[in-house]
Design a binder for this molecule. Sequence first.
Ligand code: SAM
Ligand code: SF4
Length: 333
Amino acid sequence: MSSTNMLVDKFGRTVNYLRMSVTDRCDLRCVYCMAEEMTFLPRNQVLSLEELERLAAAFTRLGVRKLRLTGGEPLVRQGLVGLVAKLRQLPDLEELCLTTNGTRLEDCAAELKKAGLDRLNVSLDTLNADKFRELTRFGDVRKVLKGIVAAQKAGFKRIKINCVALKNRNADEVVSLVRYALDQGLDISFIEEMPLGKIDSHGRAAEFIASAELRKIISAYFPLVPSSSSSGGPARYWMSPGFDSRIGFISPHSNNFCASCNRVRLTATGRLLLCLGQEYSTDLRAVLREFPNDEARLEEVIVASMALKPKEHSFDITTDEPQIVRFMNTTGG
Ligand code: SAM
Ligand code: SF4
């Protein structure tokens, strides 16, 4: 077992975090993430649970210490709890996390905790039932709220809410969301929308609202003090005196964070994406399937892929043309 991290890119950045999309399917259709009509991948193109496990093992041997399961909606993938239990046994893995829309959390939070999941992020863009249905096209916010309660009861600590902020669709909800997070002892992060995939529900440029503007809105109700704490990711955190919650802002447009990028992503089809906002990638599924017993070759290909990691994303929020044609659900957000 190698104790040194083998995953270093040509800019000297060490990659120790892998986000794995376990499915492109989802039970919601969030307006910023998917088109209303989606064609999902045939199942044989999606990595099997065994293939996901094999890849996770290879990445941890090479130095990855944090894994996040995402999608699509990871909790619609059959066998997900079993996968969590298997991944938890990887000897070098320090943190196993999951990002979910929360719709199925009420049923499986306790099982996930028991299987060894360390951390949960739950996406929630509004507390208003009508607005939630509008933004997800048919979701029921009550299910998500019950799911969060179930996760807290199951013993998950520092659950984080993720909210994609859209100027004319939910920016008026940010104060209610912050109040909810503070009251419930949850962390919360606001994300600037990224132009992934072509959507027709709104113009991305028209909906852009910078993190600094959100902070101004929130500060009128809850004073914000910058926090030095970090989750090792792109979020910059603030705290409100008297509360324990961290209030984060992920600002790909207004505050580029690429210089400290430590992550890569695996799509549901096994494409290793070196950057969310660029197309440089390696087809790991081909290696897995062509060489089912050759771990050394798999590791070599992963190490070599690091040379493809670009310096930074190339998102441009001033145009409505998607610079990246793949949707977030295939990418593994
Ligand atoms: N279905 C799960 C969920 O919604 O949490 C996991 C997958 S989802 C693609 C992961 C995260 O990406 C969610 O927090 C979602 O809000 C965010 N997301 C999706 N599309 C986005 C976009 N175009 N820009 C920024 N964030 C986006
Ligand atoms: Fe599904 Fe998550 Fe995309 Fe919403 S953001 S459509 S819940 S994958």
